[in-house]
Design a protein around this ligand. Structure first.
Ligand SMILES: *Cc1c(COP(=O)(O)O)cnc(C)c1O
Length: 409
């Protein structure tokens, strides 16, 4: 029986979500629209299969096709990211990071990551997360003046703290990361270099952002952000770290892999190898730059001064509105964003002074620089009059018109 026949309640909600995704502007930097092919693989018969272990070394019988799927995913990931080894089993970015930590650290070991309010991820040492509870997490920040990474400061901090592992790769950092500088710092203090490219993986695959592959000991990434695949993650590294990485995932931190999602990851890697994906990645960055410039021209302050990626972080202070207020007013206008702390934020993470925007999803719809100008104009109008219901209704109509010009699915 179809979903509609079996469970009309969930079917109805999915139908509503589908229309909502079509008719709103999705500017959440970590979101995208996966292809129909990716979703078809995710919803496939592989949902039914147990495959604990790795290809040709399974703990269950009946994996002849499953093995071919997983091997294909591994080979494609290795080729796409130019790495010696890929593990395609992690269920999510956080699971990948747990596994990577278990591969290279003992519980209680010291590691260093970017402070959460400065753009780090929860799993990079936040005290409320496994990373901060089970490990001795110390942090580095961005420079107060430039709001950019200061590699001399990071080096000094690393020499002081002597962490066993250093993470680079972030969740709200708009600039390029100097992966070579991190390699040099790690070599100097004898630390493992871990790059978490969750946000920028699609840009790296499309050669619109430098790759940590020549430098990092271990690379983790989600597959559902700029990479535009299914919700999930992978871990990569040089061939010599293959055993360690695999053990960290299974049996270290996971049981049976989600082979349906692994099939979808393989499809996503195939799509990302096509020439069109390179054009896409370049356009994502062009659109982010256009959006940033227009927002700045209309009076918002860009954190770090500019963007060099898919992501724009704005300081709302000049407009006298909080991140929470901005997120809500924009949501009512059909513009979906998320509030975000900015470095040295004086407000709590629940309120925040910043708003994070990303262009991965709108670029998948086919939008270009001129559309970003239109979007920036709409955003700023709402931020200047967040209580004007008529304006929000009007903006919502305009958003729907824009979305209709760039249909998805
Ligand atoms: C999104 C993200 C993660 C976590 O991914 P989930 O799939 O949400 O667990 C980890 N690290 C970074 C840098 C991220 O941006």
């Amino acid at each position: 029986m179809s979903l509609k026949q079996t469970d009309n309640e969930i079917y109805g909600l999915l139908e509503k979500e589908f229309q909502y995704q079509r008719n709103t502007l999705r500017l959440i930097a970590s979101e995208n629209y996966a292809s129909k092919a990716v979703m078809e693989a995710t919803g496939s018969v592989l949902t039914n299969k147990y495959a604990e272990g790795y290809p040709n070394k399974r703990y269950y019988a009946g994996n002849q096709y499953v093995d071919q799927v997983e091997i294909t995913a591994i080979e494609r990931a290795r080729k796409l990211f130019r790495v010696g080894h890929a593990n395609v089993q992690p269920h999510s970015g956080s699971s990948a990071n747990i596994a990577a930590f278990f591969s290279f650290l003992e519980v209680g070991d010291k590691f260093m990551g970017l402070d959460l309010p400065h753009g780090g991820h929860l799993s990079h040492g936040s005290p409320v997360n496994f990373s901060g509870k089970w490990f001795n997490a110390v942090s580095y920040g961005v420079s107060k003046e430039t709001e950019a990474l200061d590699y001399d400061e990071i080096r000094k901090r690393a020499i002081q703290e002597k962490p066993k592992l250093i993470i680079c790769g972030y969740t709200a950092y708009p600039l390029l990361i100097d992966f070579k500088a991190f390699r040099e710092i790690c070599d100097e203090v004898g630390a493992v270099m871990m790059a978490d490219i969750s946000h920028i993986a699609g840009l790296i695959a499309g050669e619109a952002y430098p790759s940590p592959a020549p430098y990092a000991d271990v690379i983790t990434t989600t597959t559902h952000k700029t990479l535009r695949g299914p919700r999930g993650a992978i871990i990569m590294g040089p061939e010599e770290n293959a055993k360690k990485i695999n053990k960290g995932v299974f049996p270290g931190t996971q049981g049976g892999p989600l082979e349906n999602v692994i099939a979808a990851k393989a499809v996503c890697f195939h799509e990302a190898m096509q020439p069109e994906f390179r054009v896409y990645a370049a356009q994502v960055v062009k659109n982010a730059k256009a959006l940033a410039e227009e927002l700045a021209a209309r009076g918002l302050r860009l954190v770090s001064g500019r963007t060099e990626s898919h992501l724009v972080l704005v300081d709302l202070t000049p407009k006298g509105i909080t991140g929470k207020g901005a997120q809500m007013a924009l949501e009512e206008s059909g513009i979906i964003t998320n509030r975000n702390t900015i470095p040295f934020d004086t407000r709590s993470p629940f309120i925040t002074s910043g708003l994070r925007l990303g262009t991965a999803a709108v670029t998948t719809r086919g939008m270009k620089e001129s559309d970003m100008e239109e979007i920036a104009s709409g955003i700023v109008k709402v931020l200047e009059s967040p209580n004007d219901s008529e304006l929000k209704l009007r903006t919502r109509k305009e958003v729907e018109e824009l979305c209709n010009r760039f249909p998805v699915y």
